[in-house]
Design a protein around this ligand. Sequence first.
Ligand code: PGA
Length: 251
Amino acid sequence: MRQNIVAGNWKMNNTLEEGITLAKEVNAILVANKPNCKVVLGTPFIHITEAVKAVDSSVVGIAAQNCADKVSGAYTGEISAAMVKSTGAQYVILGHSERRAYYGETNASLKEKTDLALANDLTPIFCIGEVLEEREAEKHFDVVKTQIEEALFHLSADAFSKVVLAYEPVWAIGTGKTASPEQAQEIHAFIRQTLADKYGAEVADNTSILYGGSCKASNAKELFSNPDVDGGLIGGASLKAEDFHGIIAAF
Ligand code: PGA
């Protein structure tokens, strides 16, 4: 049941027109070269409806990059999980380190967002990862464990089995510095063991754990060949169809 997934995270890039052109380019490449993994595009909210129409849903899924921690109502500027679902998106990226750092997202608010995403039948791509000082102080294992425990471990095993995790060391995001394949495998194995301790080996084995942080065509194969690395969450290299396809083709 564990799926290999390559998910793009466009962040705050591309006008509507540019984004739909990119979605169509990615789709055309993948329709012609059937991928050996699930492919997802994480687009800005305003692109989602058009992006859903621009791709073949059997080949490319669409993700929002966030959703609100409230159901509905007077929350100006927010987008609810139900609204995301109504566009035809199937996934939502939650807890990206940029949202934690710049928009004050906490494990507590992410717990609410995760519940709402699942209640609306969206697959959360839930991001965890440490900053450089935490890695240097060798606290990275504790940091990711706490992120998982506080935001996700209230879920039943059944609910948790719908979650995809993305380990993204903050020091590797957009910096050109990638975790070595050994570093990635070490912490992915630790994450999977943490899941096994809570939910049992079967749930842990079936959970997709993606790596993110300066993943590109030239390093994807080495990263993805690790037994506990089930794909990637890709920022910069998802903004050009050829670059993104180079990563997908690692599978
Ligand atoms: P990057 O971003 O690939 O540009 O490092 C990854 C991410 O932030 O999801």
